[in-house]
Ligand binder design. Structure first.
Ligand code: CA
Length: 239
């Protein structure tokens, strides 16, 4: 049973120049990061909106959907992922527009990988992502800073209570979590009957069922397990 707190960075590179994209991806992977390359505006936009990244490296001049359009749409939708714009256009107008549209940094081609890497590090230090703190169990990830949850990179939409419940289960991965523990620690119930069924038990069961529907139902492998009369265990293997 694995529970990891991960500080490696996930980077999306939206760049249609194959050689440039490959060199950047190689560089980031060499630093121990997870780099994904997207070679068109459409694909890049799709990934940026459906998968979770810590940083996006965005070329402006792209086939399909222009980099500035991607940036504008992401920000309009409230997506605050740090973006470094890289482009051959060194016109001041584009630089200003990029920053106006919410780019966090800007690099003009040609640049060295070391320079980009330094900018990305600076961005992660200064931005919210410097505190990237995730709980991971298998392909399930919970980001404590952005409060986002994903499984197999697909974002899951949880209510505040479901998030707290999942966080608690993930912090106890591989261990039995009783209803009494949940009542006390997640629901803040001070009066928890010793072994007796209480009304809060029904509430917990309903919430667990809802959580399971989101976290487990669409996926082949089950993570939330019920031990009848005892409680729940979160883990990759059935207890
Ligand atoms: Ca390009």
């Amino acid at each position: 049973m694995r529970r990891r707190i991960v500080r490696s960075v996930r980077i999306l590179i939206i760049e249609d120049e194959r050689k440039v994209a490959d060199a950047l991806a190689r560089g980031f992977r060499g630093e121990g990061h997870d780099a994904v390359v997207s070679a068109s505006g459409e694909d890049g936009f799709f990934r940026a909106t459906t998968e979770m990244y810590d940083v996006i490296v965005l070329d402006l001049n792209l086939p399909g959907r222009d980099g500035l359009q991607i940036l504008e749409t992401l920000r309009a939708r409230g997506n605050a992922v740090p973006v470094v714009v890289v482009t051959a256009r060194d016109a001041v107008d584009d630089r200003v527009r990029g920053l106006d549209l919410g780019a966090d940094d800007y690099l003009v081609k040609p640049f060295s990988f070391a320079e980009l890497s330094a900018r990305v590090r600076a961005l992660l230090r200064r931005g919210r992502s410097d505190q990237v703190l995730r709980l991971c169990v298998g392909d399930l990830e919970l980001d404590l800073v952005t409060r986002r949850v994903s499984r197999a990179r697909r974002p899951l939409t949880l209510t505040a209570r479901e998030f707290e419940l999942l966080e608690y289960l993930m912090r106890h991965t591989g261990h039995v979590v009783s209803r009494a523990m949940l009542a006390r620690d997640v629901w803040g119930e001070s009066e928890v009957g010793g072994g007796r069924a209480t009304p809060i038990d029904n509430v917990i069961d309903v919430q667990i069922a809802r959580l399971r529907k989101k976290v487990d139902e669409p996926f082949a492998r089950r993570l939330v397990h019920t031990l009848r009369g005892v409680g729940f265990v979160l883990g990759e293997n059935a207890p």
